[in-house]
Design a protein around this ligand. Structure first.
Ligand code: AKG
Ligand code: FE2
Length: 357
């Protein structure tokens, strides 16, 4: 595999203990490298507003009699917050609960079993937590399992858990089902900007597009006022599809300099957000929203994020039709973007700054 592909290989200083192990040791304070000295802005503020999540019916996006109306709703959702809850997406609640269940079962395995799938020190793929790239980096209070799920020839199956036994089968089936949703959503996004419906999908590249699944596990944290489950970031994908925890909140989006909590309602909806590649291809009409995950001291939380990222061989830049005299081109061509992503992320910086004109 090309070393510049996502997940990227970068020089990493060392690996740290899993967060789960820190919790098992009953440490009352997170170690210093998980600690924001000045606290985490707004985390203890239970009055943070709930985001009024737009709800988009995926079935209505494709039906000729309803698509126009639903596409308008999609357009306003993407302009206002860059994300939405998708319903009627063709995946049953029973299946989504199975995805949640294999996730919980994997993280509940003995450490020895999980470590069989450990990521290498210089790669993000497999089981582990943050790469340590510098001494002053603040780590996320989370353990992860991370896999390329598509294209199939890029899978590293030796890092896919064998326990629970149905894990691989479920992940394979989940990937197949999500591809259908990605196609519908990318076409609808293009139509909502009055563009030719395949213009984003062609750049995304279908067969060689990279889909990466990240299973996130957030153990309870003794100091939720000082640590974050995930630091503020925007995703490097075209779009990301997130299966939220059914009961435990944690995800927050930044909108007009204000953090909003994502409610845990609609347990069988999938949250979809714009990533940096659509921000660039749409010439900034759709923005890739900044979000973070906060921790809590009581309950563990899981989520499964699938990053749907264009074929790395395709040139990604604003498409024809979104650049005009009144709206000049705002982004350069994206080059080697994925290999920059983690280095920026770990420093709390936004990689998209590197392609802004
Ligand atoms: O845990 C979540 O709900 C979101 C996770 C996320 O933003 C990510 O993995 O990039
Ligand atoms: Fe994210």
């Amino acid at each position: 595999m090309d070393d510049n592909l996502f997940p990227t290989k970068i020089e990493s200083k060392s690996k740290s203990k899993s967060v789960q192990e820190l919790v098992m040791n009953n440490e009352l304070e997170p170690p210093g490298n998980y600690f924001y000295e000045d606290g985490v802005n707004g985390v203890l503020d239970s009055s943070l507003p709930l985001l009024e999540m737009p709800v988009i019916d995926i079935g209505r996006l494709t039906s000729p009699s309803t698509s126009r109306e639903e596409i308008e709703k999609l357009h306003s959702a993407l302009i206002s917050c860059g994300c939405f809850m998708s319903i009627n997406h063709g995946i049953t609640g029973v299946f989504l609960d199975q995805v949640r269940s294999v996730t919980a079962q994997f993280f509940a395995l003995p450490m020895e079993e999980k470590l069989k799938y450990s990521r290498a020190a210089d790669s993000t793929e497999g089981y582990g937590n943050d790469m340590i790239l510098s001494e002053d980096q603040i780590l996320d209070w989370t353990d992860r399992l991370y896999h390329i799920v598509s294209p199939e020839d890029k899978r590293q199956l030796q890092l896919w858990p064998e326990k629970p036994e149905i894990f691989r089968e479920i992940l394979q089936e989940y990937t197949t089902k999500l591809k259908v949703i990605v196609e519908v959503v990318l076409k609808a996004m293009a139509r909502s900007l009055n563009l030719e419906e395949n213009c984003f999908l062609d750049k995304y590249g279908e067969k060689k597009a990279l889909m990466m699944a990240r299973f996130n596990f957030f153990p309870p944290c003794p100091r939720p006022d000082r640590s974050l489950g995930q630091k503020p970031h925007a995703d490097g994908s075209a779009i990301t599809i997130v299966l939220q925890d059914k009961e435990v909140e944690g995800l927050q989006f930044l909108n007009d300099d204000q953090w909003f909590r994502v409610p845990v309602q609609l347990p069988h909806a999938l949250l979809i957000n714009v990533g940096d590649h659509i921000e660039v291809m749409s010439n900034g009409f759709f923005k890739s929203p900044v979000h973070r995950v906060v921790t809590n001291s009581e309950r563990e939380r899981t989520s499964v994020a699938v990053f749907c990222t264009p074929d790395p061989d395709n040139d990604i830049e604003p498409v024809d039709g979104v650049v005009s005299e009144t709206r000049p081109r705002l982004y350069k061509k994206m080059q080697d973007y994925q290999s920059k992503y983690f280095q920026y992320y770990q420093k709390g910086r936004r990689p998209i700054e590197s392609v802004k004109i």
